[in-house]
Design a protein around this ligand. Structure first.
Ligand SMILES: [Mn+2]
Length: 269
């Protein structure tokens, strides 16, 4: 049995404006993942009410794959639902969406819901935005616990949001909750932290999910990051779970998936 498992992020919505998720037809993607030796798939879902959970679960299983996590950034890009919005109306819509994501993650046996872009931005000021985010997470923390799900909060680089970029701020945030851990993304952390390798050890037992892309956000193995160093440090934290590829689809999907698998699979065993 591998100590860590490999998945890649696939966008379920059509016509999405996010360049680091796979957008090909579902069964083509599942067939390719199976072929390249992936263990699972992470679904980025823009609207949890549109998902046919039973069908998605059956299709995924029929290719021998698990669902590693549900990511949610597309809901922010599509509807602008933000967990820190100054508007009570938008914030409560975001919370309702996340409750639904939690239910979907439970039914799909993924048990992890990503809080990335949907945390929002510092629209009025960062202190108030952070306070509102904390309140929203408090509600969702309880709801996640009731469903056996964890939320994984992802510190994002400064070009995507101004609300919680640094690992230490994310660690402080998640320490307030029972069912909220950190999603460590090598691309974001390489941009924000002094030393991305050391940051993995600092995140330590807070890590609940792990996204990988190389220094240029291409597939692991197509940039400057040292993947042996990354995976060995991740193993040292005691993390057991998925390493999920979220990188640019260049030059094409097959190359992206095969290079990632070739770089990572020998290290995960
Ligand atoms: Mn990510």
């Amino acid at each position: 049995m591998p100590r860590l498992k490999l998945s890649a992020v696939h966008a379920l919505a059509k016509g999405v404006e996010f360049y680091v998720v796979i957008k090909a037809p579902l069964e083509d993607v599942l067939r390719k993942l199976q072929g390249y030796g992936y263990d699972g798939v992470e679904y980025n879902i823009s609207n949890p009410n549109e998902v046919d959970v039973g069908e998605l679960k059956a299709k995924t299983k029929s290719y021998g794959l698990e669902i590693s996590a549900i990511s949610t950034g597309l809901s922010y890009l599509r509807y602008k639902y933000s967990l820190s919005s100054p508007s009570t109306d938008i914030r409560s819509k975001a919370i309702e969406f996340f409750k639904k994501y939690i239910e979907v993650a439970e039914k799909l046996e993924a048990y992890k819901v990503v809080v990335g872009l949907a945390r929002g931005k510092c629209e009025d000021n960062c202190n108030s935005a952070l306070k509102r985010l904390e309140e929203s997470l408090k509600i969702l923390d309880r709801y996640a616990g009731e469903h056996g799900v964890i939320l994984v909060f992802e510190p994002l680089n400064r070009y995507e949001t101004d609300l919680v970029n640094r690992l230490d701020d994310a660690i402080e945030l998640v320490s307030r909750y029972e069912n909220v851990k950190i999603l460590f993304d090598t691309f974001h952390m390489m941009l924000e932290e002094k030393d991305v390798y050391e940051a993995i050890l600092r995140a330590g037992s807070n890590i609940g999910h792990f996204h990988v892309a190389d220094s240029n956000r291409l597939a692991p193995g197509m940039g400057m990051l040292d993947w042996e160093k990354i995976i060995y440090r991740l193993l040292r934290t005691g993390y057991k779970g998925y390493v999920s590829v979220e990188s640019r689809i260049e030059p094409d999907l097959d190359t992206m998936l095969s290079v990632s698998a070739k770089t990572l699979k020998p290290l995960l065993m």
